[in-house]
Structure formats: C-alpha cells, structure tokens
Ligand binder design. Sequence first.
Ligand SMILES: Nc1ncnc2c1ncn2[C@@H]1O[C@H](COP(=O)(O)OP(=O)(O)OP(=O)(O)O)[C@@H](O)[C@H]1O
Length: 358
Amino acid sequence: MTGTPPRLEVRNLVRRFDGRTVVDDVSLTIEAGQVTCLLGPSGCGKSTTLRMIAGVDMQDQGTIHVDGKLICDTVFRIPPERRSIGLMFQDFALFPHLSVAENIAFGLKGAATARVDALLERVSLSGFGPKYPHELSGGEQQRVALARALAPSPRILLMDEPFSGLDERLRDGIRDDTLALLKEEGTAVLLVTHEPHEAMRMADEIALMRRGKIVQQGAPYNIYNAPVDREAAAFFSDINILRAKVQGALTRTPFGEFLAPGVPDGTEVEIVIRPQHLKIDFDRAGRGPNPTPMDGTAARATVERARFMGRESLVEFRMEEGGEMLKATVPAVFLPKPGTVMWLMIRRDRCFVFPSNG
Ligand SMILES: Nc1ncnc2c1ncn2[C@@H]1O[C@H](COP(=O)(O)OP(=O)(O)OP(=O)(O)O)[C@@H](O)[C@H]1O
C-alpha cells in the first residue's frame, strides 16, 4: 500500500454529558470513496460521534484527522465551516425561502451555475432549479439535500439517518441511487443508522456501536457471519439459542457436539443459530436424514406453529430432546400442520458458540 493517510481518522474519542460517558473511546478510519455505516440502537452515541466530527460538539478526549492533518483535539479546533465536511440530516433541512438551485449553490463560491445544473441533472431533477422545497415530494427533497451536501465536493460526507423520513417502499431505490452518486463523487462517507438492513445495503464497512463503544468493525459479510457476541448476532436477525454445559472443551446438544476451546468445564455456553440456517427434513417412519459432516446430527422436533410471512414461511418447533423452542424460516410457502414430527439439522459452519451471559 502507499503511505497515503486515511481520509478521516478518529482516534479514541470520548464524550461525557453530566458525568455519563456517551461516546467511549471510539476510533475509526475511512478511506476516500468508502462508505462506513455507524450502526447501533437508539441512544448508543452515534449522532454525538457525528457531531464531534462535524465540529458542532467538542470531544472530552481524542483526536480527529482529515487527510493526515489534525483538525481537532481537546485544545486545537478548526471551525466546522473550514473542515471540508458535508452534512446531511434526516429532515434534509433545506432552506425553505431559497429555491432548489439556491439551496444547492449555498455552499459554493463564485460562479456555481454549471455545478448546480450538473448535480440537478445527476439527481434527475433537471428543470427543478426555480422550484421551492415545499413544492417537492419527500424523495425529491432528499435528492436536493444530497446535491446540496455534495456541491462543494466535501472531503467527507456525514449522513445522519438520511433515509428515515422517506416512504418505506421508496427507500431501497433511493439508497441505491444515493450510493451510486456517492461512489462517483469519491467522497468518504460516514452514515449513521439504526437499521441493519440499511447498513448491509449501503456499507463497505460497518462499525457496530453499543453503549458508546464500537464493539465490532468490518465488511457486512464478516459482521453478519462472524458476530463478536450474542447481541451482535441478534442485531441483524432473529436468532435461536441452545444452552449447554461444557465438558472437556466440548458441548453436547441434540445436534451433536460443538467445540468450545478454552472454555472451563461446567461453564454454560449459548449456541446461536439464525432461523434460516435450520434445515428441515421429513420423518420417514421414525427415521431421519443421515448425518453429514456439514450438518451434523439430525434431531426430532414437533411443529408448534407455522405462518406465511410473504417472502418466507416461519415454522416454530419444539425439540423432542430438551423441549426447547426453535424457529426456522423457509423461503417458500411451507405450512406443516401443528403436531407434525419432523427432523431438524443446523448449518454447523453458521452457528456461533458464546459463553452464556446468564
Ligand atoms: N447535549 C446533550 N446533553 C446531554 N445528553 C446528551 C446530549 N446529547 C446527547 N445526549 C445523550 O447521549 C446519548 C447518546 O445520544 P446520541 O444522540 O448520540 O445517540 P444515537 O445513537 O444517535 O441515538 P438516536 O438514533 O436516538 O439519535 C443519549 O442518551 C442522549 O440522551
């Protein structure tokens, strides 16, 4: 790799309000042309992190660098308007008394017409320049806000829940269009969201945040398929949990043994299984499918409930051994009658074993 510094580098940011640590030692780097999603539940400190990077709030500890240059520590501080950082918020915050063209030109110096026209065309709003924000639909306002944020070609764009004000059915299309434009512009983007689906759709990298800390960071595939703990797994989908005790670095379940290396004997562990990783097979006169190394042992279970969810069916089973309830999703119409005996297997490579949190 070349020695080019990252576009944005945040090191060890801490922010306290009334003695409570709301952002707790957050570090992040974002490269040019990369979209990073700061993902976490409401109140975990995402917006506060963004506000410090924007310069509208100040950290109690830590540093922020852009292209290797210090823009803020606890003593030195470049004001927000000189950071070359663009902002886009949930409510779009367009100036109501300015036309669309004036809104987009707002952060530009000198002759701006060519850039405004090019951006209007790029967001499919050619001819909308003289209109006013109140004359636009939510989706059109979003595109104007995006064009305005990108007009001065900021080094970094910070986006705080930029799609949450939009009609659910329009959101995915708008997300895709927005992503395409962000990639063309080559800006480094930090996007705050509480929606895993949005992060999976938009992000090159996800930083998963919880109670002020980044608990895991990586490509969406890795975050989904190698979660650091049960909470991280549960943030992305419904999960099933099987509890079992460890004996000799192994734990026994109805689905066979699982490795639990380094876990002391007698410790309770949780085996986490996503509903789509349960495989269902029919009972053949009391016999089930033969075990494979990938799927391990099959276990008998009885259907308790089956519901059609539109894209998939959700089937709830009670395990014969142990009596635990497990949910399975099937990508089709599959509605077995309650009481039906079936066999379940699990994708062993997609299960996670974590020490029990009690
Ligand atoms: N100026 C402030 N004074 C006191 N407490 C604050 C202030 N700003 C934020 N907080 C608190 O800090 C915590 C984190 O807030 P923040 O807005 O960063 O979370 P968030 O993850 O962005 O959540 P949301 O998505 O709900 O906005 C919250 O408990 C909030 O009440």
